[in-house]
Every structure is written in C-alpha cells, then in structure tokens.
Design a binder for this molecule. Structure first.
Ligand code: AOS
Ligand code: ZN
Ligand code: ZN
Length: 388
C-alpha cells in the first residue's frame, strides 16, 4: 500500500474545499427541476447539510452563499449558526441573471438605470460579506449577445470596467473581487467575459485584490485548462476555482467524475505554482446534483479532490525534472503517469481513521441516520434558485 510522508500528511490535513449552498437545493435542467426528499427549506438548513459533509471528511470548512437565493433577515445569525456547526460562511456570489431588467445586460447595460441597479446589487453583496465575515465577492455575468451586430462589444467592455471599478472601490480590508469567465451560455454569439484573458484584462486594471475565478466547466472541449492554471498562478491572479466536471457543456457534474486525469493535471500545476493550501487560491465546488443524493454527492466530490491531490503530491519531481532536462519524452511521461495511476484510496482510508474520521465517509453518512431525519423533518424543500 502507498504510504504518505509526514509532509504529505500535513499538506492533506490542511486542505479545504468550499461547498456551494446551492448544491443542497433541488436542481435540474431547463427541462425539469427534480425534487428530492429532505431538501433544505432555508439557508440555515443548507448550512447544516454542508456542515455534515465537513463533519465526516474534515475537508469542507466553509460554505459559499448566493444572493438573493440565500438572503436572510439576519446574516449575523446565519454566521453564528455556521460557526456553531464548525464551518464558516465563504464566498458571496452575486446574481444578475434572474431579473427581467437584465435581459440585455447588467454591469454592461447601455441604460444607466439598469447598470446602476446591477452595481447596487453588488454593493449589497458586499454588505452581506461585512456581516458574514466573507472575504470574496464572486461575479459571474450572464451577459452577451446572440447575433453578430446585435450590440457594441467594445463599448460593453468599457462599461464593464467602469462598473467593476465602482464595486471594487467599495471593498475594505482583505475583501476581494473575483471575476469568473465562461465562453458561452446564456448568450451564444458573444459573452462579455468569455475567457481568462478578458477576466485578467478587466481585473488587472482594478487593483491587487481583484482576481480571476476559473470554473473547470467553462471552456471549449479540448482546452488545456492546466495551462491556464499555470499562467494565472504565474501572474498571481488565480483567485479561485469552481470545480466540477463536464462531458459537453457547463454540466456542473461531480468533480473528477468525467475526467479524473484532467483533475490530476490541474492539481499538479496548482502544486507546481504554489497554489495548494494557499489562502490566495480558494478551492470551491460549483455543482448541482440533479439525480444523485446531494449530501453524499458533495462528500464524493471533496473526496475526489483529496484523492487527486494525494496522487499529485506523489509525483516524483526530481525524476521528472531529470527526464525533462534530458528531453526524455517517454521517461517524463512515465514518471507523470506513475503518480496518476497510484491508487491512494486504501492509504487515505487508513489515514482518515488515524485522525478519528470515518474510513469511508459515504458509508458513515448512510449509517448516521441524518438522511432519514431530514426526510421526515423537512417538507417542501426549496429549489437551488433557478426559477425560485
Ligand atoms: C455559471 O455558469 C457559473 O458557473 C456561476 O458560478 C454560477 O453563479 C453558479 O453556477 C451558480 O448558479
Ligand atoms: Zn461557476
Ligand atoms: Zn457554470
């Protein structure tokens, strides 16, 4: 069986992956939102479910919020509730994609009234961050156009920059603005922040506390995502990951399910670039569990990240560097694949037990009675937010 050095063990022990509150709500596709028994009825119950994932894995110390989906009267109370359950409130995600006014844009809109409304929504999100103690404001924009000639793409970049500048100016202390990119959807001809280069160009003008968010599902098929990870780390602008996996589009499936090798390659570059357990690079999930059970789905997800991290930590960098500098193509590839093919699951199970955690967190969840309890207690759970 593989053994982990004390150094690898302490690196693994320090790992944390932020869970999205929306992963615990009902979700689906544009065709149907499926209901699941035991679905949380409010943000407090979403936090409780997220805390259960952390209790069984010690891997999920914080929960991301989405505003207004997670709007409550008293964010201080939500924060205390989270802390009582051993987790913290993390990234605050804004939402400018479900309001009639934003049909033709929000932070890029031509109409000053609508653009002002979108900026004010972000300022409100920063008020929430002040109350929750959150550091990051994550902005994903559903803006763009469907037809060539429909809009002035360049003027929209200028308005976007002005809007982001106004939002950034409201941040205080160690708060950050993190701008997510996505190459399509809901617009299909052009998207206002389609790629890492545009996100980087926008945030670089704002200041040091403006960063790029890389969602692994937001690239064209075949894109070398680990190259982007390497470049953003090199430039000091990789603020966060939205981890998930995809087969075709922005599928938001369990991270590491579609292409574990890609997750491994990304983690190799994260480690190479000093991004692992680096507070400047937040690891988050951005997933929806449409057909699988939600809490075990999140447990599976954080374990997948942990397993690929362990494999990436086993990469023999010395042997790799030797092969690389000798242009030993097959030798370098063999070293790389040796790490990828190492089955770390038995060693991780044993290590978990040595730390007082269940060897098999999914089995422990099934045996805990938590699912039965929430199914009997909660009736009328909420959607993740789509259409809510
Ligand atoms: C949308 O595609 C993005 O991934 C965003 O991060 C979004 O806010 C998230 O999926 C929640 O709906
Ligand atoms: Zn995302
Ligand atoms: Zn997405």
């Amino acid at each position: 069986m593989t053994t982990f050095t004390p150094e690898i063990q302490s690196t693994l022990a320090a790992q944390g992956v932020e869970l999205p509150s929306w992963a615990f709500g009902n979700s689906g596709t544009r065709f149907r939102v499926w209901t699941t028994e035991g679905t949380p009825r409010d943000p407090f119950e979403k936090i409780a479910d997220a805390a259960e994932v952390n209790r069984l894995t010690a891997l999920a110390p914080s929960v991301a919020l989405h505003i207004p989906w997670d709007k409550v009267d008293d964010f201080g109370a939500l924060r205390r509730h989270a802390e009582d359950l051993g987790v913290t409130l993390g990234t605050v995600n804004s939402n400018t994609f479900q309001d009639e006014d934003y049909k033709f844009g929000a932070l890029t809109h031509e109409d000053d009234r609508i653009r002002r409304k979108a900026i004010d929504h972000h300022l409100e999100c920063i008020d929430v961050m002040d109350a929750t103690g959150s550091r990051d404001l994550k902005i994903w924009l559903a803006e763009g156009s469907n037809y060539p000639g429909q809009t002035d793409m360049r003027a929209r970049q200028d308005r976007l920059n002005d809007s982001l500048g106004q939002i950034y100016a409201r941040l205080t202390g160690d708060q950050r603005l993190v701008l997510e990119y996505k190459f399509f959807e809901p617009s299909f001809y052009h998207t206002d922040v389609p790629d890492w280069g545009t996100s980087y160009a926008q945030v670089a003008t704002l200041g040091d506390r403006a960063m790029v968010c890389l969602d692994t599902g937001h690239h064209a098929p075949g894109t070398n995502i680990e190259f982007i990870v390497m470049q953003l780390l090199r430039l000091g602008r990789l603020g966060s990951f939205d981890f998930n996996s995809r087969f075709y589009a922005d599928d938001d499936l369990i991270v590491g399910a579609a292409d574990p090798f890609q997750l491994f390659r990304i983690l190799v570059e994260v480690i190479r670039g000093g991004g692992l357990n680096n507070p400047d690079v937040a690891f988050m999930l951005d997933q929806c569990h449409n057909v699988e059970a939600k809490i075990p789905g999140q447990i599976r997800s954080v374990l997948n990240v942990q397993e690929m991290t362990a494999r990436a930590l086993l990469l023999d960098h010395e042997a790799l560097a030797t092969a690389q500098s000798a242009n030993d193509v097959l030798g370098a590839q063999a070293v790389f694949m040796d790490a990828f093919y190492t089955d770390v699951r038995p060693a991780l199970a044993q290590w978990r037990e040595s730390r007082g955690l269940p060897a098999d967190p999914i089995a422990a969840y099934a045996a805990s009675g938590y699912q039965e309890r929430i199914e009997s207690e909660r009736v009328g759970g909420v959607q993740a937010g789509w259409g809510a």
